[in-house]
Every structure is written in C-alpha cells, then in structure tokens.
Write a protein that binds this ligand. Sequence first.
Ligand code: ADP
Ligand code: MG
Length: 264
Amino acid sequence: MSVPTISTHNLSISYWSKNKRIEALQNVSLTINAGEFVSLIGPSGCGKSTLLNVIAGLINSGTEVNGSFNISGIKEIGYLFQKQTLLPWRTVIDNVTAPLEIRGVSRHERRKIALAMLEKYGLSGFENSFPRELSGGMQQRVLLIRTLIYQPDVVLLDEPLSSLDAQTRAIVQDEFLRVWRDTGCTFVLVTHDLDEAIALSQRVFLLSARPGKIVKEFQIDLPPERSAIAIRTDPKFQQIQREMWSELTTQVLQPDRGISLLKT
Ligand code: ADP
Ligand code: MG
C-alpha cells in the first residue's frame, strides 16, 4: 500500500533579492510515497533545488512560502547537494564518518559502521585513501555512503552525477538503484538528464520554466529490479523517452528565450 511521506499542496515559494521578488515555485502539488524513487526534471532555475530545500527544511525566514507542505514518518533526511565534494584533506573513512562525528558517535563505533558500509558498497581497502586517489565514480559512491551513514528515511539528490562522464554515470546510476532497493529509502532525485530520470525512477515530475509548475507527471512502469544500463534498450523505456522529449520540447523548452535544461 502507498503511504505518503512527503506532500505539498499549492506550494508557492518566492525569494526576495534586492527588494525584488523572485517567484521560484508556483502552485506545486505533489505526493511522494514512502520507499518511492521520484525524479524532478525541468529547466535551469525553475526551482528544483528550492523544492529539495523545502523538503529538507532548509528554507530560511526571509523566503515567502504559500500553500502547504507536509512530511510524515521521517526521522532523518540525507541530502547530497549539487556540486558537493569530499573533503580533500581527509581520508575516505574520515569523510564517510564526518556526519557521525557531528552527532557525537564514538570513534570506535564510527569506524565500525563506516567499514561495514564501505565493504557493502565495494570500497573495502580504500578507507585510508584520499579522495584524489579515487576515480570520479568512486568519489561519488563515497559521497553517497556519507549521505547514507546515519540511515536516513529519505535521500535527496541534487544533480549528483552531472560531473561524471557518460559511462561512469551509467555505472553509478546502477549503484544508486541498488542502494535504493537495498535500503528501502525514499529517493528524490533532481536531474537534467531525462534518460537518468527514466532509468532510475518510478515517477518523474516535469516542471516548467520559472516559476516552476508541474507540467506533467510520468508514471515509469518499468520493473524496480531493472539495470539502469540495460533498460535503455527496452521498448517501454524508449516510448516514455519519446513522450517526455515531446512534452519537454513543446511545453517547456524555449531556446529562443534562453530556456534550456542546462545553465549556459
Ligand atoms: P534550479 O535548481 O531548478 O536550477 P533553484 O531552486 O536553484 O533552481 O532556483 C530557482 C530560482 O530562485 C532561480 O531564479 C534562482 O536564481 C532563485 N533563487 C534560488 N535561491 C535563492 C535565494 N536564496 N535568494 C534569491 N533567489 C534565489
Ligand atoms: Mg539546482
């Protein structure tokens, strides 16, 4: 049975900057169920990161919030921010254990938890390496482990793979799927990569240019046990991909007005 864990109703968010009001989101109503993998796609600046910040409770007092927002049954939220990196002067294990350190977990306990997770996700033997000694894909995996280490119920991912090359990205996407299935966490992913959204999610919300509104919700009817790589040749995947591109190009993207998925 579907149990809603995050929901918004007619949520509108505006920032104030130099006495000017910037409307980031407008009348966003959505429900995310516990254990679901959901993605948000939409043009640069349409409020995707803002929506993740709302879920994470990171909207500050000067921001105008209208409508309602609810989270339930969530004890911990893991958040992998856009362009987040590892601390270069810390080893892998000291990076991974940082959130536990902040929470006052003893050094012995921290190491025990971290070593078990590094082993589970194929990073045994790298605990004393420095980030620069790891490949981009491995660094991304370490970041994800750091996000998972205090066992969040919800994992928020803001364009986590945008710095990786296409091949590495596909491999890490597959690992994200595995982690999602393993942990049973709710995943909310922001991405500008349509294929990534389809390959990983159960539902995808397409947002319009700023102020971001939900243009369409896509149900991704592909098996949860799929491989993020192999699924791309599935006719159903390709059908959804065509529908999404069609919606995106007719309803959302307007290159002549500078509306594109990526910042230029
Ligand atoms: P996205 O993640 O989709 O690129 P954001 O949520 O980061 O979009 O931003 C939405 C809009 O709100 C953008 O126009 C951005 O410049 C603006 N914005 C975001 N954060 C702030 C802030 N703290 N103060 C003022 N404007 C902001
Ligand atoms: Mg963003």
